[in-house]
Design a protein around this ligand. Sequence first.
Ligand code: GAL
Length: 660
Amino acid sequence: MHFGNAWYPEHWPEERWEHDVKLMREAGTTVCRLAEFAWSSIEPTDGCYELEWIDRAITLLNKYGIATVLGTPTAAPPAWVTYYHPDTLAVDPTGRPASHGNRCHASANSPTYLKYSRRVVEHMARRFGNDTRVIGWQIDNEYHRVDYSDTAKRQFQHFLKDRFVTIDKLNEHWSTRYWSQTYDFWEQIPIPVGAHNPGLMLAFRQFVTFTWQEFQRHQIEAIRNNSHCGQWITTNLMGWFDGLDTYKVAKDLDFVSWDWYIGTGHHNYLNTGLIHDLNRGFKQKNFWVMETQPGTVNWSPNNNFLNKGEARVMAFHAAAHGADAFLYWQWRSAPGGQEQLHGSLLGADGNPRPFYEEASQIGSDFKRVSEALKDTTVKADVAILHSYEARWAINAQRHNSEFDPVQYMEQCYHPLARHNVSVDVISPNAPLEDYSLVVAPALNVLPDDTAAHITAWVQAGGVLLLTPRTGHKDEYDALHSTLQPGPLREVAGVEVQEYYSLYDRVPVEASWDGTSCGEGLIWAELLRPLSASTRVVAMYGASNGWLDGKPAATIHPFGEAGGKVIVVGAWLDERLQESLMLWVLAEAGLSGIESPPEVEITVRQAEDGRKVTFVINHGREARSVTLPASTAGQRDLLSDSIVPATISLPAYGVAVLANT
Ligand code: GAL
């Protein structure tokens, strides 16, 4: 487990640096990020590089046993780049170029910017690529900028040409006779601004993804060509951000990392567990939390401080879900600049702020668990499928503004998390054979080959849960020519006769666990069984007339190996959703671990079967927790004591159990 922070030594006189590094060391820091955003200090004028100061900072960190991660500085090109090469500035949807002075102002579509970015990274990599004090690289920062310039438009048109080959094919897939959109040649195709043709909007997101893949590829090449000492490459992602398809961007990285900020309010472990699992799923391996708030941020409507103890449970929660590092942003705020009021570990006077104490506690706690966590990760029997295409398609046509695909995913995840069932969040095209249960929340865009992949897994004995809005569209965001769930109709043994955006709630009576009554809200689909072996397990009560007494959920056996497909047509209320998820789990032969409210029990394990169990009280009340039998006789690595069968956890209390 690494513990650390982002340090920008370029803001302070060098005489001060060693004092900073000593304080870092005292806080248990093992890793530090440098050089991100420092392009103007690295290449103050065109082609003149100053890298000595970075070397001196690395030397100091190394002296105190702290490893360095180098950030490439490309999210903040210097004034000479943007002044002499205005074509590097990104253009907004109204046609206005960005101004200098706010980072991320450059366009990843600009060949000039790409050239200078690659060159500065090459210089850094030549200098530090074989420096073993540098363990890895973070490329750029939070890719997100979209450029609407003519250059970007031309590149988009080329991208489409590569993809569709003929303009007729594009016209056909996008149904362009509709509203006379038919294109005669590629140059007529616009960049979508606001609502537009769904096919065009989806393709543009794919193009933005491609843009960032290319941008990243340049830097990866620059580093890999010059680094031969095992340094890794990552970038820092942004949780649910859907501006690009992270599965594609993650492919070329060694692992992903993400920036976890709460902003206003408090840590909700049910929601963030899902985001950690999403990040672990990008490459199906552990990840880093590259940035998190030391108490507070500066950009939220209310930058409230985390409660005392809250940051510590956040750190262990991340570790429990597969984080191998946890880094604060940032060590100390620059005296000027846009982020003066952000949380940090040191104050303006250069002394530790109150939060430093909690950070130091985390640093020393991590030391206690680090060895036990080596080579461990989360092993899940349940997968939730997540697709950017599906989210883009629904978000472009919500139909009911409350149908938020991320919230629906949370709706499926929360009951599992409450019962401490580990979940992998993965792409629908990822291998499925390790899972007993797969949940496909609102998998709206469902290409035929993905459907075939899922069908083969059900045929081999998998249990699949399909939900509202699944299998509606093809890979071009056009309607499938069959009713939902489109290419999964046969395996599901059911089709959706009609879908209803709900204004009034609809009663739902389910028979899956005796009788469970509840309500559907936001969305309800009228199901029609297609096979004699399809069993109806929930019915709608009287509501809009159309749904009255009609099937709301079904189960259908498929194949000889015990495969089953459960289809639920409605967004269910929280209680009914919980009973559905528990029943579905049981159908897959799985069960969870019981724990008191707000107490999470999560396991990381190694290939050799070694297990580490995290017991985390996310709440502000003390809880008594009966531990799973598998932990009998184990030691809590934090208190260094053998645990009894029932332990008492204070508010924000944590125990980490393992055989020692
Ligand atoms: C992140 C960014 C950091 C810092 C932080 C403040 O999005 O990557 O550089 O600005 O926000 O919360």
